[in-house]
Design a protein around this ligand. Structure first.
Ligand code: BGC
Length: 480
């Protein structure tokens, strides 16, 4: 079951009728001639792809790497229903040179990737693993040799297991561990890498991993979730400060999973539930960084965070980020439901307004949502610049005669990009757009089935085929 569905089920009362979304591919627009080109975004606009270490690297136990929480979780029987894991994934560890060639061939100039903490600090802290450090040095050099800018995310969900054994993010010591890790990375790579992001989607990894247990490390309940939220928020700002201190001329951001939230039917009845979801999904992690504190007004249960806040913490939650990474895939439609615990009647439903377009993840295709969420984030006075650090879609691709004719994905990108451009023309300061993602990869608890890549991967042979959507980007990025 895909993860938004799991979150939904968590919040949806058993008494609620779940409205099944209907597939209707007839709804997808025909591919039209575009009325915009990449140049409309500006000549300094960055175009790239985003990736994550655990989803692509493989090489899970070689050259000194220790297990991360995802190695442990995916190896634990019953955690992931297909029993698959990221041991090999796309084997990017060995194939990064040719994968970066592919990226270059698509006319993209940014490669966003994350570092596997347990590859460079197998004990979580202490003595670094030189082979691990060397691997990322080679990736950075391979990017630079191709004229591709490396953009590093410090943390994309794969905490060293050895730190999880000490409580992981739930333990306040996580601030010390994370600071040491961030210092090591920025001091090692800061000469060559100028673009840094602290976290990938804190609302996703804290809720999925520490509240509902659907992702690693598989923990549940507010007693795990609330301290995790606070320590992650503190590390978010501390990470920013460490990058600032160690990297001259750094461009520093952090990314957020975010979706425009709509009210299901009646503003009066469902409006408060929609506010609660907006708070959990879109506001909980950015507002403390902007100096606004935790947004607890519509969800009093979050006031329990106070238990973990120590004197001086509220100031330490703040950091003046150079940019914010907006990561958007769909929108959320929210309904009031009196039977839901914790969240006071928060029910998230697939909207049923006639047939709807959905991706293989069950997520609604709603291009206007990216426009709306960009406007929502840009409205914060403290947000100076935005990069769309992830946007993309999974569809059941087929290889026919050596080609993958993924017209639905091309259609998705065309329609979403049009909305990004609309926001930009409305004055939102958007600096770039990174597709999720270069390669089909290990899609966390959904394993290898959902394919998000611009490049098809045969996981048995590791053969790559550029999909038509990849070729579409290649042409688009050269379009006059
Ligand atoms: C995550 C990626 C994930 C993608 C598609 C994003 O939330 O950052 O790791 O693969 O969504 O589900």
């Amino acid at each position: 079951m895909e993860r938004r569905k799991v979150l939904r089920l968590f919040f949806v009362s058993t008494l609620a009728a779940v409205i099944a979304p209907k597939f209707s591919f007839a709804q997808f627009n025909q591919l039209e001639k575009l009325d915009f080109s990449s140049l409309d975004f500006g000549t300094d606009f960055k175009w790239g792809v985003a990736t994550a270490a655990y989803q692509i690297e493989g090489a899970h136990n070689i050259d000194g790497k220790s297990p991360s929480i995802w190695d442990t979780f995916s190896h634990k029987k019953g955690s992931i229903k297909t029993g698959e894991n990221g041991d090999i994934a796309c084997d990017f560890y060995h194939s990064y040179e040719k994968d970066l060639d592919l990226l270059k061939s698509l006319n993209m100039t940014v490669f966003r990737f994350s570092i596997a903490w347990s590859r460079i600090l197998p004990n979580g802290s202490g003595t670094p693993n030189q082979s691990g450090l060397d691997f990322y040095q080679r990736v950075i050099d391979a990017c630079l040799a191709r004229g591709i800018e490396p953009w590093i995310t410090l943390y994309h969900w794969d905490l060293p297991q050895i730190l999880q054994d000490k409580g992981g993010w739930k333990n306040r010591d996580a601030i010390v561990w994370f600071s040491e890790y961030a210092n090591l990375l920025t001091k090692t790579y800061g000469e060559k890498v100028k673009n840094w992001m602290v976290f990938n989607e804190p609302s996703a990894f804290t809720a999925l991993g520490y509240l509902i247990g659907y992702h690693a490390p598989g923990l549940k309940g507010l007693k795990n979730y609330l301290p995790t939220v606070h320590h992650v928020c503190l590390c978010q700002a501390e990470g920013g400060r460490i990058i600032r201190k160690n990297v001259a001329n750094a461009n520093i951001g952090t990314t957020f999973s975010c979706s425009h939230v709509d009210v299901y039917k009646s503003e009066e009845r469902d409006g408060n539930a929609a506010k609660r979801w907006d708070m959990l999904l879109n506001r909980l992690f950015i507002e403390p960084a902007l100096g606004m504190g935790y947004p607890t007004e519509s969800l009093p249960i979050l006031r329990k965070l106070n238990k973990y806040i120590q004197p001086g913490d509220l100031e330490k939650l703040q950091f003046n980020f150079d940019f914010i990474g907006v990561q958007n895939y769909t929108r959320e439609v929210v309904k009031e439901n009196a039977f839901i615990p914790y969240m006071k009647g928060l029910e998230i439903k697939p909207v049923k307004r006639g047939a709807m377009e959905i991706t293989e993840m069950g997520w609604e295709v709603y291009p206007e949502g990216i426009y709306k969420i960009l406007k929502q984030f840009a409205a914060y006075p403290g947000v100076k610049k935005i990069f769309v650090t992830e946007n993309g879609c999974a569809f059941p691709d087929e290889v026919v005669n050596g080609k993958v004719n993924d017209t639905k994905r091309i259609d998705f990108y065309q329609r979403y990009l049009k909305e990004v451009l609309r926001a930009k023309k409305d004055g939102v300061n958007i600096g770039g757009y990174f597709s999720w993602t270069l390669l089909d990869n290990f899609e966390w608890s959904e394993c290898f089935k959902p394919r998000f890549g611009l490049v098809h991967v045969d996981f048995k042979t590791q053969k790559r085929i550029i999909k038509e959507s990849g070729y579409w980007f290649k042409d688009f990025l050269l379009s006059p």
